[in-house]
Write a protein that binds this ligand. Sequence first.
Ligand code: GRF
Length: 220
Amino acid sequence: MSKCPDTAAPARSLVILISGRGSNFQTIHQACLLGAINADIALVISNRPDAAGLVYAREQKIRTRVLNHSDYTSRNQYDLALSSVIDTIEQPFVILAGFMRRLTGSFTRRYTSRLINIHPSLLPLHPGLDTHRAAIEHGDRWHGCSVHYVTEKLDGGPVIARAVVPLYKQDTPQLLAARVLAKEHMLYPHVIQLCLTGRIEWKDGHILHAGIPLQYPLAF
Ligand code: GRF
């Protein structure tokens, strides 16, 4: 695991980055309303103006911002704009929820230990796109989702927790995606709350669970 700089004090303002449907964002919002996550969603940012998740955010009167990636000529320029918007929030905890863009190292380092993602596979298996098809074609017996800290390596940061589903003979990528998504909606709010309360930290190159280095990701 790589080293990370100072861990900031636990943040309570969430900034959520989306590109599309936003079902994870909606689940996180519901968990905030129910008190299962002890935080408020301060801002939702989408890189696509037509992201369906924006509709829900507006209905719920959550502040939104569209930063359309096609308005920027380089990844660096986009990420600078993104961080200047995020930094309008004090001590943000940044959550990628279906945000379909690679992030530069200077961006990910700026939010080290305060930037997490959910990925629909049992990382390190199947990083990138089309993970459900990959699991089926690979003949995996198990599949699932992972929550990890974000580094510049695509889906490559240290994994905090995974949730597992079985693969069945009759599975299609669609059937499997639905089974995994149900697990995502359980796992992500739970891990966010663990991070916000400091039960999970990324410090000195280790993920700590209640202060003890994790040997393996938490399993759900
Ligand atoms: C989820 O499968 C998530 O794991 C992946 O992108 C998808 C986003 O779905 N990173 P949604 O927009 O949260 O419904």
